[in-house]
Design a binder for this molecule. Sequence first.
Ligand SMILES: [Ca+2]
Ligand SMILES: [Ca+2]
Ligand SMILES: [Ca+2]
Length: 129
Amino acid sequence: MARTILSTLLACGVAVSGFSAAAYAQTAPAAPPAATAPMNTEEKSAFDKNGDGSVSKTEFGDFMSAAFGELDTNKNGSLSPKETKNVMSPEMFKKVDTNGDGKISKPEFMNQANADFKAADKNDNGSLQ
Ligand SMILES: [Ca+2]
Ligand SMILES: [Ca+2]
Ligand SMILES: [Ca+2]
């Protein structure tokens, strides 16, 4: 089963501000990919900054943007396979690196984030409940 960046980030508990160790619970092999399952409260609170109980595309984008910054440990504006080894398989890296230059740029990362959001937004209303 293809895992999304979202589910992988959640599974690995990327140290984005506000993100809690609760995400580590998701590493159990039986856990469904987060993008296809309703988010639990802990997951949602990491995204839902305005606390209205749903995750808007803006909130999701802000989270993923912050995640990119966290992952880019050498702050050169792109992600190397080394920087993403904890959250992405080599296959996923290749998929996200759409121009195949061996680095994930922020636009490439955000494109994938948008695709993940769309996939999770089953009823297409622009927010995740
Ligand atoms: Ca919200
Ligand atoms: Ca980097
Ligand atoms: Ca690239």
